[in-house]
Design a binder for this molecule. Structure first.
Ligand code: IFM
Length: 734
């Protein structure tokens, strides 16, 4: 597969609304993100977002309850680094600007934009802007402005300072997906030299601190000190670099010296190296629809921009592209985004799991707050590990997050066999979550059937809350129990003593196996499908008269109690479990379930369509799979959910990769066999992609009547590989 050149331009996006463009063309490097704000008009609300840099404030409840989450956590909007002041030599400010071209190079991570800028008096010049994130050195970001004459060709004065966020009033919104306004941080700006500004940001409550430096690298034609004459027909360029990170204490970095030794060109090289690594590991090529091909590259690009790489941060629901959902991490990571890393970049997958591990003490505290004296409950939405969801019916009640995390640990181990990680961190997470399930569930005798049940729970479908025996939750809890036993046996192969390190004996494993064997999974004999929960199928369907397009998304138009009383799903729920455990049901049952649940699902959540695409492919309806895939792959580029302005839908971006891999090429791993099946839709001529399993990089190549798997680097794998149900032998190509 040849690595091609991919660029996202203004032509490829659906909308020119500024906030939308800021999101779509945002840059990030896992540590911080810079929205593509217009450098002239700026934007008081959003500028720079640092992963995990947040403020807290008490949650004020009208009617509080024991164990409710106590504090909001909100990612902070930090100064806009892109802002630039431009004026004529006689003091006319350039305050109007129009973005005329944008080009995001997915191979080098470089964003190039063109603006026509003008004054109230009509003087006009053009401004070309190039910006790039440091990817090796993730504290760095660089920007370059080049001015050329249009109808104005005389003196131009340019200056730049870090634009402090305005004291914006909180804009009350009934949209729970939007962020709230956190208290502004304490900011101090100082000029170290004329060419170097330092900006200290300290949060008042969380006591986090960051130092931002902005330094000028190159100013051709002394634009900085005195007006430059544009009439000589030369372009005049100013290069700046910013440092965003902690300076002091343990970090002796000297940004001034670093800037001196640096250049925009060096940053572009550093960024290109990083992206070449990403594409080498995870290149995808979709022949037959160029828009889709570009979209999937864009999605992979944004996943890599968003993911915290340091083991202390994670992937926010909106990544670093916007402050929607307050910069919180959800189950989205483990179930939708992590798989891309688990199967292409295991080092990153490990870092993301490490973040969860370091929140385990808080998860234990949370379990205690819920009256459970053993085990751990991870927060539904959080930055620092504490629960930040103020609405428990669709927050803490989604305790499936515990089993989602355990599932992700299991998948990581299945592919890496990284037993050290399991011994050091992974097993503890799996065991502590299983202990929570053990204590939160209850035994019930029904006739001769003795079953372990979970009551008062919310599954992934947020339009159905506080029910009994949500199928997805129970299925994942069952898996969580089984995983304790499986991983314990793996550890015992290394040393039988390891069990006692976790306070376990072999008879405890029997207890977990027994729980796994008895978790109740609701099934409707009448419809011959898995039931979403004990009561879902008994409710009336959502009324037809409330189903016209202006009623959606339902969450913005109806009180939760209106929605909860109906048989209506926001997103894939039981079907999500079907996708995770393909061995559980026949294709016929899958078809029945799909037909049923598709009829009651609104897809108001961006986490839904990718799963419907995968399952349609698996059940032999590639046309439908393709239709859902189109929506999933291009969701933010066409602003399908109408809120891309608040940030990208990261879970969906991960889901679009899954739809290609787990859907069109039928990928799943079970019992040390990697399965593929050809479900390529007729609309596509060919799909090729790379993934890494254990130490081998595989290339998978599908056309209408063929599916090839080859090893392109690393050893021939020891695990089995099956294509369309038959085990094959792999060959290595050089
Ligand atoms: O985690 C999701 C949830 O499943 C649906 N609402 C939005 C959350 C954040 O993406």
């Amino acid at each position: 597969m040849t690595l091609r050149d991919y660029h996202l331009t203004l032509r490829d996006v659906s909308d020119e609304q500024p906030e939308y463009l800021e999101t779509v063309f945002s840059l990030g490097n896992g540590h911080f993100g810079v929205r593509a704000n217009d450098p002239i008009s700026g934007n008081p609300i959003t500028g720079t977002l640092i992963n995990g840099f947040y403020e807290t404030a008490p949650i004020t409840y009208g009617e509080a309850g024991i164990g409710y989450a106590q504090k909001h956590q909100t990612i902070l909007n930090l100064p806009d680094l892109r802002h630039v002041h431009v004026s004529t030599s006689n003091g006319h400010q350039f305050t109007h600007s129009k973005r005329t071209a944008v080009d995001l190079d997915l191979g080098s991570g470089t964003l190039k934009e063109k603006y026509v800028i003008s004054t109230d008096q009509g003087e006009t010049v053009t401004m070309a802007v190039t910006s790039v994130m440091g990817q090796g050195q993730t504290s760095l970001w660089g920007i370059s402005y080049t001015f050329t004459a249009a109808n104005y060709a005389k003196g131009l004065l340019v200056s730049k300072s870090i634009a402090v966020p305005a004291e914006a009033e909180a804009i009350p919104s009934a949209d729970p997906r939007k962020t709230r306004m956190a208290g502004l941080p304490i900011c101090e700006t100082e000029f170290v030299t004329q060419d170097l500004q330092r900006y200290h940001v300290k949060t008042r409550v969380t006591k986090q601190a960051v130092t931002m430096y902005l330094g000028i690298l190159v100013a051709h034609g002394q634009l900085l000190q005195q007006p430059v004459d544009l009439s000589d027909e030369q372009a005049h360029t100013l290069d700046y670099e910013a440092y965003v990170g902690e300076v002091g204490k343990h970090n002796t970095i000297d940004p001034a010296a670093m800037f001196m030794a640096s250049s925009i060109a060096a940053l572009v090289d550093d960024s290109r190296d990083f992206w070449q690594g990403v594409w080498n590991r995870s290149e995808v090529s979709v022949d037959g629809n160029d828009d889709l091909d570009l979209a999937i590259h864009y999605n992979i690009f944004q996943l890599n921009q968003a993911a915290g790489r340091d083991g202390r941060t994670n992937i926010a629901a909106k990544g670093l592209s916007g402050s929607g959902y307050e910069g919180h991490y959800f189950w989205d990571t483990e179930m939708y985004m992590l798989p891309y890393f688990t199967y292409t970049n295991q080092q990153m997958a490990r870092q993301l799991l490490l973040y969860r591990y370091q929140t385990l003490p808080k998860a234990r505290e949370r379990a205690r707050a819920l009256g459970v004296d053993q085990g751990a409950l991870f927060a539904w939405r959080t930055i620092n590990g504490e629960e930040a969801s103020a609405y428990f019916p669709a927050g803490t009640a989604q305790y499936h997050i515990d089993a989602d995390i355990a599932y992700a640990v299991g998948k990581y181990f299945e592919i890496t066999r990284d037993l050290d990680f399991i011994i050091q961190c992974g097993f503890e997470m799996v065991l502590e979550t299983a202990r929570f399930w053990e204590n939160f569930g209850s035994w019930r005798q029904v006739g001769t059937d003795c079953r372990f049940e979970f009551h008062t729970v919310t599954g992934p479908d947020e339009y159905t809350a506080l029910v009994n025996n949500n199928y997805y939750t129970n299925r994942l809890a069952k898996h969580n129990f089984g995983l304790v036993v499986e991983l314990a046996h793996q550890m015992m192969k290394r040393s039988p003593q390891l069990l006692s390190k976790f306070g376990l004996s072999e008879s405890d494993l029997d207890v977990y196996q027994n729980l796994a064997d008895h978790v109740y999974l609701p099934y409707s004999n009448e419809l011959e499908i898995n039931e979403q929960d004990d009561s879902f199928l008994d409710k009336p369907r959502w009324p037809a008269e409330k189903s016209t397009p202006e009623n959606f998304p339902l969450l913005l138009h109806y009180h939760p109690l209106t929605i909860y009383r109906y048989q209506v799903a926001k997103q894939a729920d039981t079907l999500l479990a079907d996708y995770l455990f393909p061995e559980d049901l026949s294709v016929d049952q899958l078809k029945r379930e799909y037909r049923y649940y598709e009829g009651v699902t609104t897809h108001d959540s961006s986490l839904s369509r990718s799963i419907f695409s995968i399952l349609a492919a698996r059940m032999g309806d590639p046309e439908k799979a393709y239709r859902y895939f189109m929506d999933t792959a291009r969701m933010d580029l066409v602003d399908l959910q109408k809120n891309t302005a608040d940030g990208l839908h990261l879970a969906n971006l991960g889901g679009s990769w899954l739809a290609l891999v787990a859907g069109f090429s039928g990928f799943y791993v079970q019992d040390e066999v990697v399965h593929f099946a050809n479900h390529l839709p007729a609309e596509l001529d060919r799909l090729t992609y790379r993934m890494k399993i254990a130490e081998s990089v595989l290339e998978i190549d599908l056309t209408a009547d063929n599916l090839d798997v080859t090893v392109i680097s690393g050893p021939i794998p020891t695990y089995g590989v099956s294509v369309n149900g038959e085990l094959i032998s792999l060959v290595k190509v050089s």
